[in-house]
Ligand binder design. Structure first.
Ligand code: SF4
Ligand code: SF4
Length: 218
């Protein structure tokens, strides 16, 4: 039987992390399956990406292409790769909430008790049901519940957050206009969050991820 630890090691060898595995229904056909969520925590991933051929080939979507290639090449034989950019879009956030350690935040993205806002989903492997023996999900409390001031909500220069989460177009319009502190340093709202400070992205990596999100040529 495939071991969870083996999956974790495959991901680590690519600079990625196995964020957890959930039992759920396949969004395409409704069958029972298990989803292994893969992403980056902090910017460990950065040195792997910058050394990869995709980083310097001059073509767009370097991050997505790096993850797609390496996770296709390394996939266990009964796994199917699902990328966040694949359509129809897969419910990554909903899957992740099944882990019990990631919670909705006022910014729309999930927050983790330890890593805060400094992680991202990059892919998932879909496995047949019962491929792994899973423990009961851990249950943590959202750090947002005890964050009285919620500084994340008062720092975005264009107030791109509302009760429904991030207004992505408002954010992108701002990022693609004149020079701004977000592109220069990082998303100001994310930086304002006190959780997981040691996992903050270094400026070069943060700038790259933000430009990728805003589809700014780089
Ligand atoms: S600043 Fe507070 S409310 Fe905002 S994401 Fe961080 S913990 Fe949650
Ligand atoms: S990147 Fe800047 S504009 Fe976009 S949500 Fe963060 S703080 Fe607001």
């Amino acid at each position: 039987m495939l071991k969870i630890q083996s999956l974790g090691l495959i991901c680590q060898g690519l600079g990625l992390r196995l964020l957890g595995i959930v039992s759920t229904q396949d969004p395409l056909d409704g069958t029972e399956c298990q989803i292994a969520l893969i992403g980056n925590i902090g910017d460990d991933f950065w040195q792997f990406l910058t050394a990869a051929p995709e980083y310097s080939d001059g073509l767009p979507d370097r991050l997505d292409r790096y993850c797609r290639r390496t996770l296709t090449e390394s996939a266990p034989k009964n796994a199917r790769l699902i990328m966040p950019s694949d359509q129809p879009y897969a419910p990554f956030q909903s899957w992740a909430q099944g882990l019990g350690t990631m919670h909705p935040s006022p910014l729309g993205m999930l927050i983790h008790q330890d890593y805060g806002l400094w992680f991202a989903f990059r892919a998932a492997w879909r496995f047949p049901a019962n491929t792994f023996i899973l423990n009961q999900p851990q249950q943590s409390t959202s750090p947002c519940q005890t964050c009285a001031d919620k500084p994340c909500l008062n720092t975005c220069p264009v107030s791109a957050f509302s009760a429904t989460g991030l207004a992505a177009d408002t954010c992108r319009d701002y990022l693609t206009a004149a020079p701004n502190p977000c592109i220069a340093h990082q998303c100001q709202a994310r930086l304002a969050c006190p959780i997981g400070e040691k996992y903050r992205y270094q400026p070069e990596a943060g700038q790259f991820f933000l430009k990728s999100f805003a589809r700014i040529a780089q």
